[in-house]
Ligand binder design. Structure first.
Ligand SMILES: Cc1cc2nc3c(=O)[nH]c(=O)nc-3n(C[C@H](O)[C@H](O)[C@H](O)COP(=O)(O)OP(=O)(O)OC[C@H]3O[C@@H](n4cnc5c(N)ncnc54)[C@H](O)[C@@H]3O)c2cc1C
Length: 512
């Protein structure tokens, strides 16, 4: 029966292993955002829920971490005890399409396990080394969000340990907000009312911008995307798809940006027809985009001779094949997917061709790596305070061309080297300026705030999938999106669930 009351269970806590050696601490001081000044006095390694509860009950501040692939600094400790969830393991099938998975299982491990059962978990981000607990905590999304949505859509249950060590077992559909906008948390020693924020989320394919809020929302959705600030996720119940589709991956180059955008638009329409049952249309689940400067970065490295000199944009197209005819379709599917004569398939991986598929995916991964390398050099040679200038923005698909032009115009106006890439089938791109000096880095951060304002006015979100974390620009974008009132509404949620700000303090918004 659905209720707005959630009942927390008190656990018998059990001491967890605490490590304080310099080498162990050094290994958890930074996440993939290379956020500066990480520090901690201890690393806790719980192996079960009772040990998670003990860590929380015995430390003033705690930062839960997964694989630290966060691109926001959210998994960088600022004095908190670090609680690594990697030893919370276990992958158990509970029904034909539901699996209970320990938070510490990586998405790659889960996917490999499912593959042996002819199933797969669709919303995996571009880097599968992330843990499922981390992906749930950031509501991560991936290239195939276009077809499958973000992590939220695939989580049916959560086990969460709250800041005081009490545990919630949540099943989707069981606990929904009261029509007046709150949950009731019942626990021994006194209940608590948890208000839900009144702001409206942008209506786009993915949003990882503060706490989820919607009338009569499910309590599970409050924890998904809460970036470790409301509770520690110890287990998820994930819904999966079976049978797993066979995948064709193509690298397609285009002479200009307009061709890439046109092709994306028409492939999206064809895919939507395929999902409605029109078997002659290609079932495209993901389209990734690399702009001209991104291709130039790849050409600088030894990486790819495959890119034609004239190419000024590229798409990575993922097509799914299912059913008994899949292998026969595979051979004929390439030309059918691509009728635009201006575009050229330069690499194609048919199902099972892992070598070519890896080559295509490495090329995509090579762009952010090249940007990081250039910024690392500028930090070393010019000024250690030069920061990365990157964003993760999304608009309704019909405003995509406007967003692409907006990014380019703004960076060109400021004379900033830049590159733009991302999950174009969702209307989600990552604009990156590549600063050569501290002044350029500051100008780039200011530009991101301006871009965020315009993207919001287009009906989009300046924070699409990576979350907010400790990044000051992303925290400013969050404030811009919901206003001071929205931040106060989030703070009220945090205070109701974690009154002493024990969990991930300073992540998403500052502690006052
Ligand atoms: C190369 C690369 C590609 C990426 N591609 C994508 C992409 O396509 N889409 C996308 O969405 N993201 C992407 N990311 C970002 C990152 O992978 C995701 O944010 C991921 O979900 C983080 O998982 P993690 O296990 O590494 O969590 P961490 O980075 O360790 O933590 C992230 C946040 O979640 C909290 N957290 C972690 N585990 C738990 C838990 N069990 N309980 C409570 N809180 C927890 C942490 O406190 C932190 O705030 C990419 C990152 C890299 C490096």
């Amino acid at each position: 029966m659905t209720s707005h009351i959630a009942r927390a269970q008190v656990l018998e806590p059990r001491p967890a292993r605490l490590v304080t050696t310099p080498a162990a601490l050094a290994s958890v001081l930074a996440d993939a955002a290379h956020f500066p000044d990480g520090h901690t006095s201890a690393l806790a390694l719980p192996t079960d829920i009772a040990e998670v509860a003990w860590v929380l009950q015995n430390h003033a501040t705690v930062l839960p971490i997964g694989s630290q692939t966060s691109l926001t600094g959210g998994a960088t400790p600022r004095g908190e005890v670090v609680m690594a969830l990697r030893e919370l393991r276990g992958i158990d099938q509970i029904s034909s399409d539901r699996w209970r998975v320990g938070a510490g299982v990586t998405l790659a491990e889960f996917q490999a396990h499912l593959a042996r059962n002819d199933a797969f978990f669709p919303p995996v981000p571009a880097y599968a080394g992330a843990q499922i607990g981390g992906a749930a905590s950031t509501n991560a999304a991936g290239p195939a969000t276009f077809k499958y949505g973000s992590t939220r859509r695939w989580i049916e249950g959560l086990t969460v340990v709250l800041a005081d060590g009490a545990m919630l077992e949540l099943e989707r559909g069981q606990c929904r907000a009261h029509p007046d906008g709150y949950f009731e948390l019942a626990r021994p020693g006194g209940g608590r009312r948890v208000p839900i924020p009144a702001y409206h989320l942008p209506q786009v394919a993915k949003v990882s911008a503060g706490y989820y809020a919607a009338p009569e929302m499910d309590l599970i959705d409050l924890f998904l995307g809460s970036e470790g600030t409301l509770g520690v996720i110890t287990h998820v119940v994930a819904r999966v798809v079976s049978p797993a589709p066979r995948i064709v991956l193509m690298l397609v180059t285009c002479p200009d940006e307009a061709t890439a955008l046109d092709l994306t638009r028409s492939l999206r329409l064809e895919a939507q027809q395929a999902w409605r049952g029109l078997a002659s249309r290609p079932d495209i689940s993901a389209i990734e985009y690399l702009d001209g400067p991104s291709l130039d970065l790849l050409r600088l490295g030894a990486a790819e001779s495959v890119l034609p000199e004239a190419a000024r944009a590229a798409l990575i197209i993922q097509r799914e094949l299912t059913g008994p005819a899949a292998d026969a379709q595979a051979a004929g599917c390439l030309a059918a997917s691509l009728r635009d004569a201006r575009a050229e398939i330069v690499l194609a991986a048919l199902p099972g061709d892992v070598v070519t598929a890896r080559r295509i995916l490495d090329l995509r991964a090579g762009v952010p790596l090249a940007v990081n390398e250039i910024i690392g050099r500028a930090q070393r040679d010019v000024d250690a305070h030069i920061s990365k200038v990157a964003a993760d923005m999304i608009v309704p698909f019909d405003r995509l061309a406007d967003m692409v032009h907006l990014f380019r115009e703004e960076f060109e106006r400021l004379g900033l080297p830049h590159a733009v890439w991302g999950h174009i089938s969702d209307g989600n791109l990552h604009p990156n300026a590549i600063p050569r000096s501290l002044a350029e880095a500051d100008a780039g951060q200011a530009a991101i705030l301006r871009l965020g304002r315009i993207v919001t006015a287009m009906g989009g979100s300046p924070l699409a999938e990576h979350g907010v974390g400790r990044n000051p620009t992303k925290q400013a974008l969050l404030r811009q999106l919901y206003g001071d009132a929205g931040i106060e509404q989030m703070r009220a949620v945090k205070t109701a669930l974690d009154p002493v700000a024990r969990l991930a303090p300073g992540v998403m918004f500052p502690v006052v």
